[in-house]
Ligand binder design. Structure first.
Ligand code: F58
Length: 952
């Protein structure tokens, strides 16, 4: 049974559940309810109170006394300190809000400009409507009287961007003026998902925009669907970067994300005849209203060429010459936080030719080769590599990495030099986080600039580099650990290869000193893997260049400390630490599941939990409250209906709403074991077929949904997709089975699909072989949406089970410490876990029950031969048992819903706000810097004057 202790509400509040005294005006002011005018809030509360009294039929006098007592108690607690966004303040403020003043360099000119721009754009209905139609006419050049939903989406996005830019400018101005320390999050992937809904919610303007649009005949929800889903990432790693951006802005941490503006995001997955086909995703075809092109922020990036060494005051430096130059141009996307005045930035780089034409070739009459050069330059940022947990050793990929790292490092240095002159201060002003090893070359580029261009000596440069860089590892899978051939790096980045050799040389000297004669250890720790084709181990490089290295879940961190980075952990015992991943509750509860969000807000009596998820634990008090549970059930049902409608629209398949929705959505990979899932589905199908119609009626109906993309070259993953589709074709059309079992392969899984799938799920599968999933983050999203987990003790599942209680999950399978031994015995033929049930499933597949699925046959045969690296056969029995337990529990709806509510109420640890706070405290050493709210702008103005006087 779940632990059912009563929880207190948030950090400093103890709230009675039953009735609440009517709040005074004073109280209401202290506890703003987002987006609802003060008067409405009071009348709403009154109604709730009256209804509650009616229903509970309590003795009113006693109740009032009780209320007064509780109100007293409550008033004695500290009020919640809360900053409003400028948008909400504007809503409540009769006159336009003043903006903070900019620094004067030329007093007269600046004063005039400031006067012209001294107030923010209005957020009242008229102002919003005017700005939308202005963009229709002046930005999109459409007629104001006839614009499509898409046109309206674009104009609305532009009008929102205008408002974001005000905050963006003020934030950056403030940070620059105060010369604050900034975090730079370097990632080859940012899987943002759609921006409109999230932005409106973060800046508290959803209601205003909804009403303004409705008044001119547009439905905001329909506009949300007009937005493309920017998919500049593969999976967990890229999505984590996006959640981090949201949390960094919400926590008012000065931070910029840096990455690549790919023309093509991850491919669109289309299913033909059950097989995955990849279609290019040119996400920019309709324009991107969220970004700002920065033609003035461009950097030349060199490739190839040669180096010339020289000595200067005993320091060896080099000049890197020749080769080819490509330009990097910046595109900025404002990143607003939730309920804050701050607005951060995501800067993505696009490649351009250094000049439109190679005039030499052009003049020589070689027109085509000059065009070719332009295309070669643009090609660098054209496409995201669609690999998940495997590395693509192509030259273009390394070019992408260096291209974006060099532009980023130059940009960061430029910003630093604007306000600082002493290089020793760099670590006090910048923290650079490497999201996996993909941006590792940034560390070497930084070193190169410090030594060859800024003329620092090795010792100084190394210290600055080491104190400002840190690295996150996301995998222990050997095939995903990045290496680059020494030959390729020497050719593409000759100076960098020299520096890598130097770093390694000094490090090997240290190791030899500490462990004389231990060549094995030196070999393991070396950045260079010796052999015919020498390789650079990017993880080793990252560990050396960073002051902190982190894993992404407790178990994962322990594993990297004990396995792949064991030697480094011995040598640097304080370097490798854990930062358990998290996800943003703004996108993953509030936007994805607005009804659930409203219910939580209603129960908790305010919406503070969206910004401080710890407060959600108070929900535990409602786990057995019948009225609340009924609302909980209704919301899940509505979300299931929405998903069922989507499935009908996309696939033409009708799925029942009264079935258990069982979902596994993630990249298709053998270690994630979608194969085990579908093998179980086949077992379930065969079992149903054996039953009489009467017996079948007693079975819990299930809709099994599997979704995810396979890397285009990953044959086995593609075979699994085919098998799922083939099983679906047979099961879904089997009259004996009807609605008792449906099998859906949900095509083109992406962030926006997740936002529909997750809120509708009741059971979700996180069933990787123990030790192979670094963390997983969708498991967290599912828990936050009241979904129960069937899973192995892997990645963050372990911590989820600690938080929600093992009894509230369906845990099964081999544990990490057992895996190696089992695998060894399987491969040696000493152990055969294939029982009758599984053998029957294999036979059905091999005998053609599901049509021609010969693509999967080799995998099935190797499982039968014991070549079962991912332990599918080993874990199958305990998986079936766990699935049986799922059915039994689902039959007891009271218990199921209690488990669901408890899961949500205990999910606070998995907010990315918590993760980011930990990074800030122990890795980045960076403070929260709330920029002044407009009401404080007088203070800013006088500060700026002093500053400008001092400067002049
Ligand atoms: C994922 N890695 C982990 N890599 O697999 C997952 O457990 C974890 O929760 C998540 O990172 C966030 O920490 C991942 O998504 C990639 O997609 C790489 C893309 C580039 C090539 C190598 C894999």
């Amino acid at each position: 049974m779940p632990k059912n202790k009563k929880k207190s509400k948030g950090k400093n509040q103890q709230k009675p559940k039953e009735v609440e005294p009517t709040p005074t005006q004073e109280e209401v002011k202290q506890e703003p309810v987002i987006g609802v005018p003060v008067d409405e809030r009071i009348s709403e509360k009154k109604d709730i109170k009256n209804e509650a009294l009616e229903e509970l039929k309590i003795d009113t006098k006693a109740a009032i006394k009780e209320e007064e007592k509780k109100a007293e108690e409550k008033n004695s607690k500290k009020p919640i300190k809360r900053r409003n966004s400028k948008f909400l303040m504007q809503d409540e403020c009769p006159s336009p809000l003043l903006r903070p003043e900019f620094i004067y360099h030329n007093e007269d000119k600046a004063k005039k400009i400031w006067e012209l721009m001294q107030t923010y754009q209005g957020v009242d209905q008229k102002s919003i409507q005017r700005s939308i139609v202005n963009h229709v006419e002046y930005t999109l050049a459409m007629t104001r009287f006839n614009f499509s939903d898409f046109g309206c989406y674009q104009a609305t996005a532009f009008s929102m961007r205008d408002r974001l830019l005000e905050s963006w400018n003020d934030t950056n101005q403030y940070f620059t003026t105060h010369n604050v320390k900034r975090v730079y999050y370097l990632s080859l992937e940012f899987l943002l998902g759609r921006l409109m809904q999230n932005t409106l919610n973060n800046i508290n303007m959803e209601k205003n925009y909804r009403e303004a649009l409705l008044d001119i005949g547009y439905d905001l929800e329909r506009l949300y669907d007009e937005e493309v889903d920017p998919a500049l990432g593969n999976g967990g790693l890229g999505r984590l970067a996006a959640c981090f951006l949201d949390s960094l802005a919400t926590l008012e941490v000065p931070a910029w994300g840096y990455g690549i503006r790919y023309d093509y995001g991850i491919f669109k997955q289309v299913i033909r005849d059950g097989y995955q086909c990849e279609v290019p995703d040119f996400w920019l075809s309709g324009g991107n209203p969220w970004e700002i092109e920065r033609p003035e922020v461009v950097y030349p990036i060199r490739f190839y060429g040669y180096t010339e060494k020289y000595e200067e005051n005993g320091v060896e430096r080099a000049q890197w010459k020749g080769g080819e130059i490509v330009m990097a141009k910046a595109y900025d996307t404002p990143v607003p936080g939730y309920n804050t005045f701050n607005c951060n930035n995501l800067r993505l780089w696009k490649s351009l030719p250094a000049q439109e034409f190679d005039f030499q070739s052009f003049n020589k009459g070689d027109y085509l080769s000059s065009v070719e050069m332009k295309q070669r330059a643009e090609y660098i940022t054209s496409v995201l590599y669609p690999n998940d947990n495997s590395q693509e050793g192509k030259e273009l990929r390394l070019k992408q990495q260096y291209f974006f790292c060099s532009a980023t490092v130059r940009d960061v240095i430029r910003r630093f030099k604007k306000n600082n002159s002493d290089w020793k201060d760099f670590p006090k002003k910048a923290a650079l986080q490497l999201n996996d090893t993909h941006p590792a070359i940034a560390a070497v580029e930084f070193l190169r600039i410090l030594i060859d261009e800024e003329k620092l000596d090795w010792g100084e440069a190394w210290k600055i580099l080491h104190s400002s860089f840190s690295y996150t590892n996301h995998t222990v899978l050997p095939e995903a650990l990045e290496t680059w051939s020494v030959g390729l790096i020497s050719h593409l980045l000759p100076r960098h290869m020299e520096l890598i050799f130097l770093i390694n040389h000094y490090f090997m000297e240290d190791i030899a000193k500490k462990y004389p004669g231990d060549y094995q250890r030196m070999e393991e720790m070396s950045i260079i893997a010796e052999g015919d084709d020498k390789q650079v181990r990017m993880a080793n490089l990252c560990i050396l260049c960073s002051h902190k290295v982190n894993g992404v879940a407790e178990l994962h961190t322990k594993l990297i400390q004990e396995t792949i980075f064991k030697r480094f952990h011995e040598y640097f015992p304080n370097k490798i630490e854990n930062k358990t991943n998290g996800v943003t509750p703004r996108r993953w509860i509030h936007c994805a599941n607005p009804k659930l969000s409203d219910l939580i807000t209603e129960a908790l009596e305010d919406s503070e939990w969206i910004g401080e998820l710890e407060r959600i634990e108070y929900l535990e008090n409602f786990a057995e409250d019948e009225e609340f549970v009924q609302k909980w059930i209704d919301i899940k049902k509505q979300n299931k209906e929405k998903l069922a409608a989507k499935v009908k629209e996309v696939l033409g398949i009708k799925i029942p709403v009264n079935a258990l929705y069982d979902v596994q959505i993630k990249r298709i990979h053998e270690y994630k074991r979608q194969l085990m899932n579908i093998l179980y589905v086949i077992h379930r199908y065969l079992t149903l077929k054996d039953m009489t119609p009467g017996e079948r009626e007693k079975v819990v109906p299930r809709v099994v949904i599997i979704g995810g993309k396979a890397a285009p070259g990953y044959h086995n993953a593609k075979a699994i997709i085919k098998l799922v589709n083939a099983v679906g074709d047979i099961v879904n059309n089997d009259k004996d089975i009807g609605d008792i079992l449906k099998v859906i392969f949900y095509p083109n899984y992406c962030v926006s699909a997740a936002q529909t799938l997750i809120p509708a799920s009741e059971l979700s599968q996180h069933i990787s072989t123990a030790g192979m999933e670094a963390s997983g983050t969708s498991n967290m999203k599912f828990v936050m949406n009241g979904c129960l987990i069937i899973g192995t003790m892997d990645g963050a599942n372990v911590e989820i089970s600690e938080e929600v209680g093992e009894d509230n999950m369906f845990i099964f399978g081999a544990r990490v410490h057992e895996v190696d031994d089992i695998r060894h015995r399987l491969f040696a033929g000493e152990h055969n876990p294939i029982g009758k049930r599984l053998q029957r499933v294999f036979d059905a597949i091999l005998s053609g029950t599901f049509g021609d699925v010969s693509i999967i046959h080799p995998i099935i045969h190797s499982l039968m031969d014991g070549k079962d690296y991912y332990l599918v056969t080993e874990d199958f029995d305990s998986y079936v048992k766990a699935q049986n337990k799922v059915d039994d529990t689902y039959r007891d709806q009271k218990k199921w819903n209690m488990m669901s509510i408890l899961g949500v109420s205990r999910s606070a640890k998995f907010s990315s706000d918590r993760t980011i706070e930990e990074y800030c405290d122990s890795i980045w050493k960076v403070d929260r810097i709330p920029i002044p709210t407009p009401s404080d702008s007088e203070r800013v103005r006088s500060f700026c004057k002093v500053y400008s006087a001092a400067k002049n």
